[in-house]
Design a protein around this ligand. Structure first.
Ligand code: PNS
Length: 182
């Protein structure tokens, strides 16, 4: 039986609006590295989310239900305060491309300054997932594109329900018939 190299607790924070297959890949790999992994959804985000925190937690819980050492939670305020309260010694983040680097670098150094005891651990996104982002997935489904394979199937179903009518079709109709936009 494979033994875990550590019993450390790690926090995997993010918006997860919604959780993608890229996130899931990181959760599975992080779960193998740490004794316990907490997927922590930021509550006081300034972005306008598509799904409420409760909806995102419910979806994430369903997706990770078979991973014994992974739990889903939400947090407010400083990430390092939450991580300390949870007894975590690591923050897990994924890096997809160079474009992620500056943002991640700033956050990691700020978090280290705030709390030097907590290490940020980066995993490279799997090559099959390095182009996936929640933002692009939402854009593609809004415009009527195919998102299968980019998000877990239950997340895809929730997205379809939320974004019922592709915007592209609505816009074409509106142009052809001014009454559509009323
Ligand atoms: O997936 P995201 O949206 O890039 O995640 C960003 C997140 C949630 C990790 C980041 O916004 C965060 O940690 N927010 C909590 C506030 C905080 O601690 N800020 C100061 C340190 S950067």
């Amino acid at each position: 039986m494979a033994t875990k190299p550590t019993s450390a607790v790690a926090i995997y924070p993010g918006s997860f609006d919604p959780l993608t297959n890229g996130h899931l890949d990181l959760i599975e790999r992080g779960g193998r590295l740490f004794g316990r992994l907490v997927v922590a959804i930021l509550r006081n985000d300034t972005k306008q989310p598509l799904f409420s925190v409760e909806e995102r937690m419910e979806m994430a819980r369903e997706v990770v239900k078979d991973l014994d050492n992974v739990e889903v939670d939400c947090f407010d305020g400083l990430l390092v305060d939450y991580a300390t309260a949870r007894g975590a010694t690591a923050i897990l983040r994924g890096v997809r491309a160079i474009s992620d680097y500056e943002y991640e670098w700033q956050m990691a150094l700020m978090n280290r300054r705030l709390c030097p005891q907590i290490e940020t651990v980066f995993l490279m996104a799997g090559e099959a997932h390095s182009f996936i982002s929640s933002r692009l997935v939402k854009e593609v489904i809004r415009l009527g594109g195919n998102i299968s394979g980019l998000v877990p199937s239950m997340v895809e179903a929730q997205l379809r329900a939320r974004v019922a009518k592709p915007q592209a079709i609505r816009n074409v109709k509106s142009k052809n018939n001014p009454k559509d936009s009323q």
